[in-house]
Design a protein around this ligand. Structure first.
Ligand code: MOS
Length: 672
């Protein structure tokens, strides 16, 4: 199938949050803190309020009313305390965007400044063990005796990797348009990965019954997690519209996004591994150090994927968090799995090299029978098949394991491999299907953030009804539709699709309408360990003179259940792999130690891969038949593509050069 919304997108007719034409619309523009820590002493809005077209100024001088439940990044202007540089401390509302922006510039904010601390260190005195890590995993786990395992090992590695702050950077910047009606009901056109959850969050922040809030996000230009939780612009638009008595639109700039829409925490990760003379793990110890803000605790589940990967008698995972004077980190594509598997799969490569075992063989020898943490059987697990198929396609048997020996002129050539994994989870969802004049209307508050959800759900409904796809119309992206979970955690299609299939089955029984709620069905899922797996292969050329790394080949082989739509799936996989290539070689946000906040706040300085950076990237998948998952037999595909990619590339750089870079991104100065 072609994308059902393809035509409206390429002709510019698809309407995004900032684009809805609204009579009498006005604009808000935020003011950001210039200090990283301290208190707002005074806000002088007199000059701003005297400027042409200005309707209102919001700040902590006269805090707008919010619910007592309002917290964290959404509790706008409720406190004089400044938690980080770039935090929203005021906003101007005016008749035009330009007037709002000029007025915001004219607002004078005075601060009492404190000494800030924005630096993550593994020996930071403020480190503590969080109760749980995202979303609700125990922070630490321990099975067996790590020290005994390491003592008994033939070969060990004890290595530390660091990953930088990374920013999601979806193509469409975050925006919101808020309208209040005369009964005090609020409509927000938002850039949201989930309208049900965004409605709930906006309602609880403003202290409104959720029936009085509607969130519409019919088209969303990417999110990668940064639109998975409600962002300040949605609350600010609602507050500004209430203050101005007019509809208010906010479109964040790319620079503002870097401060207030989340980011991937930097990590410091220590791995200690041991193997016996047969190449079997004797111990796996993974500790992750990471940061959050003083506003909210967000603890990334960085060491959690190590709990499902390999058989070992001793397995320990731990997270340590420090609250710094920084913005709150959040979800970024495969939070946890992505940085965690970078470190684990790099360490596995170091262990293979140290033990003189082929890195694919090392992984194969340590395949677990059941999930190493829970002991649950896997619904399906085809990591070995992915590694074998990838090795065949990539020509792994022609590889000489010795590093630094293949040379083409100035270019040193090397190859690397890493494993991928991502949970295959469902959440409860509702859906409704109605027959109308021989066609079928499918309604579910799902989100299509550019992944093609409309198209996938059309195919799923057509299959369940046994009709041609052109008779199925999917309506999504509106919280007035049947409640549905967020497009996140690679669980959108599995969650919404299950509800759509059940609603179609109900329609076939009832005649003209079917409704479904999968709450009870999803409860059964905990009986099995459910994960997708994959294998990533990379070939790099490293310039011996300049240290430049060119990625000449990237291959991903995935086992992700039944693939609902091959075209969409390939895009998801290679999109994830491309983002993983960016993580390996270029993406990095620098923290400003002196003034707080971030340096590099635009796409001119935060480099992401372009087509020329990836001349040959391919993703394929195995036909995995897993009847335990959901009615489609599918696993999520949105995130696994980014997992393991950076490790495969780093491992290839080592193979090319003999030099191990343990600090991402792998830039020329770290190679030379
Ligand atoms: Mo994704 S980071 O689960 O939106």
């Amino acid at each position: 199938m072609n994308r059902v919304e393809g035509r409206v997108k390429v002709t510019g007719l698809a309407t995004y949050a900032a684009e809805y034409p609204v009579e009498g619309v006005t604009y808000a523009y935020p003011v950001q803190s210039r200090v990283a820590k301290g208190r707002v002493r005074r806000v002088d809005a007199s000059a701003a309020l005297a400027m042409p077209g200005v309707l209102a100024v919001l700040s902590c001088e006269d805090p707008p009313r919010l619910a007592t439940e309002a917290e964290g990044e959404l509790a706008l202007f409720q406190s004089r305390d400044v938690a980080y540089r770039g935090q929203l401390v005021a906003a101007a509302v005016a008749d035009t965007y330009e007037n709002a922006r000029a007025a915001a510039d004219a607002i004078v904010v005075e601060y009492d400044q404190d000494v800030h601390d924005v630096s993550l260190r593994a020996d930071h005195p403020g480190l503590y063990r969080p109760e749980v890590v995202n979303p609700a995993f125990p922070s630490d786990t321990e099975k067996g005796d790590i020290e005994a395992g390491l003592d008994a090992a033939e070969t060990t590695v004890d290595v530390t990797y660091t990953t930088p702050v990374l920013h999601n950077n979806p193509m469409e910047p975050h925006a919101a348009l808020a309208l209040w009606d005369e009964e005090g009901r609020l409509l927000v056109y938002d850039t949201a990965q989930g309208t049900s959850s965004s409605r709930d969050m906006i309602a609880s922040t403003l202290g409104l019954p959720k029936e009085h809030v509607r969130v519409v996000s019919r088209h969303v230009g990417g999110g990668f997690g940064s639109k998975g939780t409600t962002r300040p612009q949605a609350v600010l638009a609602a507050l500004a519209a209430r203050a101005a008595g007019r509809p208010v639109k906010i479109a964040l700039t790319r620079q503002q996004m870097f401060d207030v829409t989340g980011y991937r925490t930097p990590t410091i990760q220590r791995l200690r591994l041991g193997v016996d003379s047969d190449g079997r793990l004797t111990a796996l110890d993974h500790t992750a150090y990471e940061q959050s803000s003083t506003l909210e605790e967000f603890a990334e589940q960085t060491a959690v994927p190590a709990r499902v990967m390999y058989a070992t008698p001793a397995l320990r995972t731990a997270h340590r968090l420090v609250r710094l004077d920084v913005a709150t980190p959040s979800w970024m594509r495969a939070p946890g799995e992505c940085p965690g598997m970078y470190a684990l799969e790099s360490a596995m490569d170091e262990l293979a090299f140290a033990a003189g075992i082929d890195p694919i063989e090392l992984r194969v020898r340590n395949e677990p029978e059941t999930a190493p943490d829970s002991g649950l059987p896997f619904s399906s697990r085809n990591l070995v098949a992915c590694l074998r198929e990838g090795a065949r396609r990539f020509g792994w048997d022609r590889r000489d394991p010795a590093p630094g020996i293949v040379r083409e002129g100035e270019w040193m050539v090397g190859t690397g491999v890493a494993a991928s994994t991502y949970p295959a989870v469902r959440r409860p969802s509702r859906a409704r299907v109605t027959m109308r004049e021989g066609d079928f209307l499918v309604q579910v508050a799902a989100a299509d953030i550019g992944t093609g959800s409309r198209t996938a759900l059309t195919a799923i409904a057509a299959g369940a009804l046994g009709v041609a796809p052109d008779r199925v119309h999917v309506e999504l992206g509106d919280s007035d539709l049947p409640e549905a979970p967020v497009a996140g955690g690679s669980m959108g299609t599995a969650s919404w699709g299950s509800a759509v299939v059940r609603a179609c089955e109900a329609l076939k029984v009832n005649g003209t309408e079917g409704v479904a709620d999968t709450t009870d069905e999803v409860k059964q899922d905990a009986r099995l360990a459910r994960h997708a797996f994959g294998a990533q292969f990379a070939e790099v050329r490293v310039n011996a003179v300049t240290g430049e790394v060119r990625l000449s080949r990237l291959l991903g082989v995935f086992a992700a259940g039944r693939i609902v739509d091959p075209v969409l799936a390939r895009s998801q996989f290679i999109g994830g792999m491309t983002m993983g290539a960016g993580m390996a070689l270029m993406e990095e946000t620098l923290t400003d130690e002196e003034f707080g906040g971030f340096l590099r706040r635009d796409l001119a300085q935060y480099h992401v891969p372009a087509c020329a950076d990836l001349p040959d990237v391919e993703a394929v998948w195995l036909d995995e038949d897993d009847g335990e998952l959901n009615p489609m037999g599918s696993k999520g595909i949105g995130e696994i593509g980014i997992v393991g990619t950076a490790a495969a590339i780093g491992n290839a750089v080592h193979h090319a050069t003999g030099h191990r870079v343990r600090d991402l991104p792998i830039t020329p100065p770290k190679i030379l």
